[in-house]
Design a protein around this ligand. Sequence first.
Ligand code: GLC
Ligand code: MG
Length: 705
Amino acid sequence: MNGGRVFVLHIALQGCLRATDVEYGLTADTGGHIRYLLDLVSASGRHPAIDRMEIVTRAFRRMAYAECYAEPIETIDGTTRIVRLPTASDAYLVKEDLWTEHDSLVEALIAHIATLDQVPDVMHAHYADAGLIAARVSARTGIPYVFTAHSLGRVKLAAFDRDCTETAGLDRRIAIEEEAIAAAAAIIASSRDEAEVQYADYANYDPGRIRVFAPGSDLKQFANCRTDARVDALIDRFLDDPSKPVILAIARPVTKKNLAALVHAYGRSPALRAAANLVILAGTRDDSATLEPEIRDNIAELLQLIDRYDLYGKVAYPKQHRPDDIAAVYAYARTRRGIFVNPALNEPFGLTLLEAAASGLPVVATDSGGPNDIVETCGNGILVDPRSSTAITDAILKILDDLALWSRYSAAGSVAIRAYDWDRHVQLYVGLLDEVVGTAALPVAEREPALLLVSDIDGTLIGCAQGVGDFAAWHAAQTDVAFAIATGRSFHSAMAVLGQHDAPRPAILITSVGSEIYYRTVRGAVYDRDTEWDGIIAAGWDREAVAALIGQHAGLTPQSPLEQRRFKLSYFADGDVAAAERVRALLAEHGHSCSIIHSHGRYLDVLPHAASKGTAVEHVRRRLGLEPRQVIVAGDSGNDIEMLRSSRHAIIVGNYSDGLGTRADLAHGYVAVGHHARGVIEGVAYFRSAAEQSEPLAAVRKRAS
Ligand code: GLC
Ligand code: MG
């Protein structure tokens, strides 16, 4: 490092890489990851902590391509240059063939680093092959690396038929990815879906090493979008009453995008048909008979459904539009108080949802994939199960029927412009690099705490922005308090929401209602999963059998796929007060004993018998070698009861729900006057002064054995 400033060596091997006028689409591999890399590098260059960058790629020559791809050095600016390394072959290689150059790339990169006047502090590898090169170079040079996959072979494999010939190359790619993720100091993902679902089937999957940083997205043209008479006319000519609100969908007509479900929902609901027109932009076509088969079949199905439900005069499906018409289409929908709908069976990221958000259109989106992050970040719409046409219909009607809600969601979309921003991304990224290259040990408060403070997130730590600010300042002033989280959220969801609210970074995270535990590691960038805890709670847990029983007999709606974890099955049980008892009886009848937790009158979690926030806190306490009196817990709702009940020092924040403040089994708790984080600070002060009157907390400190 150069005075605390970092030298980053990026490795990106795919496609035709150059700094300006990138020839996107020139080859199949000259695509989005290059845009991502160049945007990342240019935002990094604006950050004072980044001293120097190199982008290392492969040199090649090919008749039809420009000479520049063989140029050894391309200087971008005073901070950054592209370095093209010659390898065994000088031909252009498609990504499926890059493996043939792995060995010579490793040698070329090591030789290149040896010529530099300064050793890079960290490498950042983009895509599978670069990850493997980084892993091998790292093993020989000791330079740590971070990895961004951009897309994953396993996701592609799942999309193909198992016996399809293309999978041969994918098996190799997956093996390369395994090597890349095994030794990465940290992995950067773009969405919670990538971190928690797409990576989950890799043998070397280690969630605590993955961080979710949303990429930037250029949304300005959508934020300022205006209607355009020509675009209006493209749509209006289909419609009997073009002044009606619009339900808008924009997607390629491939099966995964599930556009037919939207037409079914619309066709079946008289209320929807009365309330709004449907506008579907499904790519462009000349003669749909000559399209590639999947697209042709999907277009045929849409047209057939429009006919079947007799939706003429109500549905617009323009045949042609220009790429730069899209912003005006969003504006068309917004001026008619419309809604954007993405019903995809799975949406890996969800760029159109960001565009809709920036355009001020409320969204109804699939609960599978990236939309989860977008809707959680912006609060601009409703997630639905894309397989349920009634869920889609109900969500759309709910927004269309409630002008105040529509306006709130419409305004909330602008959050996307600030959140999906490269400068914001680089702020988080630099923090990660610092931890990866840094040598700082964990603070004493985390290694040998006198006090462990365990707080719930939603409704306890978070709920009032000022309160979180007070808490961060309070936390920074503590020298002997280890701060831990116990939440119903998953690890990545918790990390994301804490980051969004600028809450302090916890030393320990107890997540998914106590069914997973993570500890911050010495370097701080990553967390270690407590696999011992996994082993303890796994006993007697038959996830498949429990899920099947509840699915068949309990009459509950499952929460989104992201909320279903190895040791946690979650459902909605709105206002269904008997749900917990019913499920307990059902499971007992079939010999399953589970921990069943109902909170906020809404959520129902089913966990292994031994798992709860309370048992997890107890496990952590023992592992840290602390006395019960050195632990304080804080919560607000039903999923905290277990932990509040079993702790000597229990804080119930002033804004509690589920009757916490009046329960006999929580009579030992301190019910704070303050709400949220302020209630937590108040409660800690209360227990500290109570302790001072008898025995100081610090005096009972016991070292971990
Ligand atoms: C969080 C989780 C959800 C759970 C709820 C109550 O909201 O995301 O799955 O049901 O907490 O524990
Ligand atoms: Mg809570």
